[in-house]
Design a protein around this ligand. Structure first.
Ligand SMILES: [Zn+2]
Ligand SMILES: [Zn+2]
Length: 228
């Protein structure tokens, strides 16, 4: 994976990640939906200035970020939410099943304890309910799917950029831990739903970007086989 911020498709960018911002950051993605910028995950929280600079470097204005969607309740994805929000004033969305852990700053379920850090409580402005729906920003074309397994509050996001379906599947790979509420049986069901999306591009949380329907399928099938 690259070591600088990059444009993935016409309206999709990667602005942070282990080689780009901080070794403990997940990959952090940005979608330009109808001129509304939507951030997908925020990293562990040590890279606020770098992330803002990276967005500008791509020719985008960080002040146009309307929403941050947190894909699940782990600190390497959500730790950066509060520091970024204090600079940019966007709203924060997460699934209803992730809300308690994030808004309370639960250090066990957020894995903050595993990283030896604490998580500050982060209020959720917009709750994503139920099994599926649309993120209520822009033209409503960014969809979510509740995909419990790695954690109870995991979601994937997807939208069609021209004729290509882009899938944001942060931590599809797991891992699984009782302290986080992981459930492998639920995860297998979730992965089948994700496969049915037939995405052309997968933006993953720690493995980077997979291009092409068959590469995306292969990656997910590989995970399913590993945990058989
Ligand atoms: Zn995770
Ligand atoms: Zn992660």
């Amino acid at each position: 994976m690259e070591s600088t911020p990059l444009r993935i498709t016409r309206n999709t960018y990667c602005i942070g990640g282990p080689n780009i911002t901080d070794p403990d950051d997940c990959f952090i993605y940005l979608v330009n939906l109808d001129s509304h910028l939507i951030l997908i995950d925020a990293g562990i929280g040590r890279s606020t200035d770098r992330l803002l600079a990276n967005i500008s470097q791509l020719g985008l204005n960080p002040r146009n970020i309307a929403l941050l969607v947190l894909t699940h309740e782990h600190v390497d994805h959500i730790g950066g939410a509060a520091p970024l929000q204090s600079r940019l004033k966007f709203k924060i969305a997460a699934h209803e099943k992730a809300k308690r852990v994030i808004s309370k700053g639960d250090s066990n379920a957020s894995a903050a304890k595993n990283y030896g850090i604490s998580l500050s409580p982060t209020p959720i402005d917009i709750t994503l309910d139920g099994d599926a729906g649309s993120v209520p920003i822009g033209d409503g074309s960014l969809h979510y799917l509740h995909t419990p397994g790695h954690t109870p509050g995991s979601v994937v996001l997807y939208f069609n950029d021209g004729d290509r379906r882009v899938l944001f599947g942060q931590d599809l790979h797991g891992p699984f831990n009782k302290a986080w509420g992981s459930n492998i049986r639920q995860w297998r069901t979730s992965m089948k739903l994700v496969l049915a999306l037939e995405a052309d591009i997968l933006c993953e949380g720690h493995y980077g970007v997979y291009r092409g329907k068959s590469a995306v399928r292969q990656f997910i099938f590989g995970l399913l086989n590993q945990t058989a």
